[in-house]
Write a protein that binds this ligand. Structure first.
Ligand code: ZN
Length: 257
């Protein structure tokens, strides 16, 4: 439990902004500081270095064992390849630190995540539950994670993927996750004060031009993530996130804008 006194609202620490092929950036991900502790959104490879670099850049303290909740949007490696590290960390490096971390994901993601992890982690007859407590995210049924209300919605991607809305009394954070351009998904995200939207090369991803077609007041609440290394945005209200950026999620204004 992270104690930062009175409830002040959630903060987003941006930990990775790259796409699956980036040689410059970490996989798209963040750490949300909720009233009840840190929650990871996705868990790419090199997760411990990534978290440390972002926390040092932002000047916040977030030791990896303080992250007790992980939300995994989908099973592409650039979003989940660090789970093995986190599972082993809690089991062997900081044992006795309490219950295993909670793993929140769509039911169909939880059903298959062990297929990815088992060849590395099933030694001695171990199972998923020896490393993580699976917590299904059911679209239409908000969950409470570290004191935040978390809603999920399936996106249009090549594998089951959940977009996210984190809300508390102070504000709401939207997270598109990987998705084709989908106006219905954007309408669902629209009530967020800050919307983190992926921006790629089309196909299973959304393009910059498609996001530029949205009304300008909405664009001004969108920040970009999941960009290819050669992405050079034209001047626009759509500002790319950067790694180590700390965003206060508050109604009406995102202080960092
Ligand atoms: Zn993906």
């Amino acid at each position: 439990m992270i104690d930062h006194g009175m409830m002040v609202g959630m903060d987003l620490l941006v930990t990775g902004i790259g796409d699956a092929f980036s040689s410059r950036s970490h996989g798209s991900s963040g750490l949300v500081r909720c009233d009840g502790g840190w929650v990871a959104i996705d868990c790419p490879g090199m997760v411990l270095a990534m978290w440390r670099q972002a926390a040092e850049h932002a000047g916040v303290s977030c030791p990896p064992e303080a992250v007790r909740d992980l939300v995994i949007t989908h099973l592409h490696g650039d979003h989940c390849a660090g789970l093995e590290t986190i599972g082993f960390l809690h089991r062997y490096i900081v044992p006795g630190d309490g219950p295993v971390p909670r793993l929140h994901a769509l039911p169909e993601v939880l059903e298959r995540v062990w297929e990815r992890l088992a060849p590395a982690m099933d030694g001695g007859g171990s199972d998923l539950e020896d490393y993580f407590e699976p917590r299904p995210l059911e679209p239409g049924h908000p969950a409470v994670i570290a004191g935040c209300r978390v809603e999920s919605r399936r996106t249009r991607h090549s594998v089951p993927t959940a977009g996210l809305l984190f809300s508390d009394a102070a504000g709401c954070l939207g997270w598109s996750s990987d998705t084709e351009f989908d106006p219905e998904h954007i309408a669902w995200l629209e009530r967020a004060d800050c919307i983190v939207h992926e921006c790629g090369n089309g196909g299973n991803h959304t393009t910059f031009a498609q996001l530029r077609s949205l009304p300008e007041p909405l664009q001004s609440r969108i920040r970009l993530i999941h960009m290819p290394d050669d992405f050079e945005p034209a001047e626009s209200p759509l500002v790319p996130l950067s790694e180590g950026e700390l965003i206060e999620v508050r109604t009406g204004a995102v202080s960092d804008f």
